[in-house]
Design a protein around this ligand. Structure first.
Ligand SMILES: Cc1cc2nc3c(=O)[nH]c(=O)nc-3n(C[C@H](O)[C@H](O)[C@H](O)COP(=O)(O)OP(=O)(O)OC[C@H]3O[C@@H](n4cnc5c(N)ncnc54)[C@H](O)[C@@H]3O)c2cc1C
Length: 299
């Protein structure tokens, strides 16, 4: 990333909230569940699936965590009510993982149970490094009783290949992504090419073992590498899907969809949109730079 882009990325923090809100509209379905339904219906019409996420991250107390769980239960009810081709993504700290692991386990268990009853699926997002082990412990505990859940692994973490070796053994369903949080160089690769190389290595390990994987990337190089592996290893279509974020690389998602592969879009909605939006803007220095130039010329 260029010096200018680095500067822009750090400056996103300084943008007025209203400006971040205006420019991040494309990444978020809206504030209400009806907005997520509307976006999912349109995607479904195009033959694309969604995974719905109620925006929000680390909660302060149990009451907030319970409220988050209730909102997630409402999403599951809504999926049934509107017959959506969708499942649910959740953040473990939103369910109370940073407060108490047993409490978070009970919370997520009730979601996975409900999802099982309606034949749906829960994806546990992966957050930053302090929660990696606790998130895998949560997965392992739930996997003893349920199959309708999966976790996320991040190719930028040095440990991920070894984690996959272990998690493959319990039939883990994965989402593989590069990783979005800023982690120290002692635990995470920093170089773009090294992360790409690791992503391909991780993907190959998952596919060769026959585990299901959501290939989550907008990086055309990685999409092509995934195509290559799928062909070379003769992987059946019921063992993988491609996943992308709402509002990002729609051209590429349409291409994958037209190529006959399953595509799922991450559809976030809710009032807690700020942290999610700043992460998206930081990933897109071009847009962040444009915003700054506009702000500048207004003054
Ligand atoms: C479905 C899904 C779920 C995810 N879940 C998690 C998770 O649980 N934990 C986690 O740490 N990370 C998660 N991520 C984020 C992920 O780790 C990456 O940070 C993100 O996908 C960017 O990496 P990339 O592979 O798309 O490659 P990049 O090299 O970052 O992007 C490739 C290209 O995509 C385009 N692009 C990327 N981002 C944007 C943007 N915001 N706006 C416009 N264009 C853009 C650009 O053209 C860019 O060149 C998820 C990503 C997806 C797609």
């Amino acid at each position: 990333m260029s010096f200018f882009n680095n500067l822009i990325v750090s400056a996103v923090q300084l943008m007025p909230k209203s400006v971040v809100g205006f420019f991040s509209k494309r990444y978020i379905a809206g504030e209400d569940i009806e907005d997520a339904v509307k976006v999912t219906r349109e995607l479904n019409r195009q033959g694309i699936y969604s995974t719905i996420d109620v925006l929000g991250e680390a909660v302060q107390n149990r009451e907030e965590a319970i409220e988050s769980k209730n909102k997630a239960l409402e999403v599951l009810d809504t999926i049934v009510q509107f017959k959506l081709n969708a499942n649910l993504s959740i953040k473990p700290t939103q369910m109370g993982l940073a407060i108490d692991e047993d409490f978070a386990y009970e919370q997520v268990r009730s979601l996975v149970q409900k999802a099982k009853e309606i034949n749906s699926f829960i994806r546990i997002d992966m957050e930053d490094f302090p929660y990696t082990d606790a998130t895998f412990r949560l997965l392992r505990r739930l996997k003893q009783d349920y199959d309708n859940l999966g976790v996320v692994v991040q190719a930028y973490l040095i440990r991920t290949y070894d984690d996959i070796v272990v998690l493959n053994k319990i039939g883990t369903n994965y989402r593989l992504c590069k990783g979005i949080y800023i982690e120290p160089a002692s635990i995470a690769y920093k170089d773009k090419e090294v992360i790409r190389k690791n992503y391909v290595k991780d993907l190959e390990l998952i596919l060769k073992n026959g585990n299901y994987v959501g290939i989550a990337t907008h990086d055309e190089y990685l999409v092509n590498e995934a195509y290559r592996l799928i062909k070379e290893l003769n992987i059946p279509k019921n063992k993988f899907e491609f996943q992308m974020l709402l509002g990002v690389r729609e051209d590429l998602r349409n291409k994958i969809n037209n190529d006959g592969y399953k595509v799922r879009i991450y559809v976030p909605f809710g009032k807690d949109w700020y942290a999610y939006s700043t992460r998206r803007l930081k990933e897109n220095p071009q847009m962040a730079g444009q915003i700054f130039r506009n702000l500048f010329s207004l003054k």
